[in-house]
Design a protein around this ligand. Sequence first.
Ligand code: XMP
Length: 319
Amino acid sequence: DWTMAAFRDQAIEEIRKKVGDGRVICGLSGGVDSSVAAVLIHEAIGDQLTCIFVDHGLMRMNEAEEVVSMFRDHYNIPLVHVQAQDLFLDALEGEMDPEVKRKTIGRLFIETFEDEAKKLGGADFLAQGTLYPDVIESVSFTGGPSVTIKSHHNVGGLPERMNMKLVEPLRELFKDEVRLLGRELGLPERFVGRQPFPGPGLAIRCPGGVTRDKLDILRQADAIYLDEIRKAGLYDAIWQAFAVLLPVQTVGVMGDGRTYEFVCALRAVTSVDGMTADFYPFDMDFLGNAATRIINEVRGINRVVYDVTSKPPGTIEWE
Ligand code: XMP
């Protein structure tokens, strides 16, 4: 008679045994996995855990503040909020190539994380929210296709370089179980039920060059789109929904004036594991409504399109 409460108690026991009086650091991304891992480990060893949140300036509207206030103010978990926006955005300036963008972000992320860990005086353990499917996937990768479709970003290589051992308390769980565990640990529903968000953040939702202005426009459109999805009661039925700001301007008309502004693409998919996905069949009223709000409320966008590509042949993200 296996329950999440029993899993939690056993996991806490194991973390205590493994860590002893060692120091642990955990990178927070704002996602469900790292959040649940951090709260679980904090229950086990308290302030022997320090979380590091690298703010790369590529988060969505209010996302950074939400993460910081939840962990620091609500849970009282020691948290370093690294303000690395300029570092990342300056490095991305003028870069158009999707793989170079991804690799730049991944490299800076590791360097920043490493610097902060050193400032803390190092740590004995690195905590990660690795799930069972991640474990399986990295095994099959070794014998898998040699073509890299997209370079995913994580802190690979860091534990060896810094001489840290890994703590991965979610290694046996699937995503839905992690959500159950999160609820068991009292994480708010808004956090536990979150749709996945990629490590490189909004950079890969601004195809081509990323600028602060474009990120600003994208954040506003994305927030309106998600607001409409929540209001329609569709958030939990969708694996991921987000806006993409296309590097294309088109002509429009507003009042008696001509406009020449960006195109925003809306994306929403259903999926079980992100490996394959179907585009979400919104009704046209919903889409028309969301488009009208975005065009009326966001300066810089005068046209909205909906992406009806499934995966394969498309990928979920645009880069
Ligand atoms: P694609 O675009 O490859 O995405 O169909 C599949 C899933 O992976 C997410 N994704 C990432 N997640 N780091 C992450 O943590 C990354 O670099 C990354 N790239 C894509 C994507 O949002 C989708 O859920």
